[in-house]
Ligand binder design. Structure first.
Ligand SMILES: [Zn+2]
Length: 325
């Protein structure tokens, strides 16, 4: 019997001589890329020429990787004396290159910090220039991203804001993957300005390692919640860290089996219509929303590297901007 079994396996082994035992195809995963705080997260400390240089580098990398992306704009960042045209040109680069733009409110205003009416006015004010640019490219404004992912302190406010957004033709752009690139980016940009390439490399290595941990964590949380991994939505920010290193980041994701899809395709996943009753003082990703809605707050999130927090705290930060009331 045993001999016959071995003989019966021979044709199979001849056909697949290199097939290792327990071989697994890479997981088939999909993710959409979103990039917030345009025209640049650090727009206050960059001039228009630098913003355009950074934007060109970021978009060239995304095009080369054939990775679609939606950029989310804070139009307040356009208004710097004698630079408005230059800053608008940076937004136009996105549309000229075939990417999409959405609204991130005019002044990066949290729904948790102002009245619903004030927040709605900031949403409308944030549409002014972007809508015109989109129309010139035969596109419409489709997405809104909540600043700080703060979606309202109570369910009534949250639902009222959702109804308001739907009435203006918006779909909310959720986030499921977030490795706090903005915090690495602050330290990176400071090192870049000072020509400290050793620190730049250290920041990039730490960012990519932490990204891997974040993906491990949220992929598992996804499987625990849904029994599969929904198409994910990644939150990044318009920064030199991403302009210089998004190819490295996408390599990490490709090795995990990800392909890059549009936000529209990602949101077609059934997961995005799951019940979501999350409210809170703090913004949170949508996997947390769904987990908390089910009464299962997630545990053991990876720990953000403390040294990056300390370095970031020590940097001179932009003066707080006047609240939009
Ligand atoms: Zn933002």
């Amino acid at each position: 019997m045993r001999l016959r079994l071995i003989f019966s396996l021979i044709p199979f082994l001849t056909l697949f001589p290199f097939l290792p035992i327990n071989a697994q195809a890479p997981a088939h995963r999909q993710i959409a890329i979103t990039i917030d705080d345009l025209p640049a997260a650090s727009a206050h400390s960059m001039n228009g020429a630098e913003i355009n240089e950074m934007t060109a580098k970021l978009l060239a990398a995304l095009q080369k990787e054939k990775a679609p992306a939606v950029g989310f704009v804070n139009e307040r960042k356009l208004y710097k004396f004698s630079e408005v045209d230059d800053r608008i040109r940076a937004l136009n680069q996105w549309l000229d290159a075939g990417f999409e733009l959405g609204n991130h409110t005019f002044g990066h205003t949290s729904l948790n910090n102002v009245t619903l009416q004030a927040w709605e006015e900031d949403v409308i004010r944030g549409e002014t220039v972007t809508r015109i640019l989109l129309a010139q490219h035969h596109m419409k404004m489709r997405y809104l991203r909540h600043p700080y992912l703060e979606t309202g302190r109570d369910l009534q406010t949250r639902r009222d804001a959702e109804a308001f957004l739907a009435s203006r033709g918006y779909r909310i752009a959720p986030v499921t993957m977030d490795a706090w690139d903005w915090q690495f980016a602050g330290v990176y940009e400071d090192a870049r300005k000072r020509g400290d390439s050793a620190l730049q490399q250290q920041v990039v290595a730490s960012y990519l390692t932490y990204t891997g941990q974040v993906f491990d964590y949220y992929e598992k949380l996804s499987r625990d919640l849904f029994g599969y991994e929904p198409r994910q939505v990644l939150l990044l920010h318009g920064s030199w860290l991403e302009a210089d290193h998004i190819t490295d980041l996408l390599d990490v994701l490709r090795k995990r089996g990800y392909e890059f899809v549009t936000l529209h395709d990602a949101l077609a996943d059934d997961a995005y219509s799951s019940p979501d009753e999350y409210v809170g003082e703090e913004g949170a990703g949508w996997l947390e929303h769904w987990a908390i809605t089910r009464g299962r707050p997630p545990l053991n999130a990876p720990v953000f590297p403390q040294w990056v927090i300390e370095r970031d705290k020590a940097l001179p930060h932009a003066p707080p901007e006047a609240p939009i009331l």
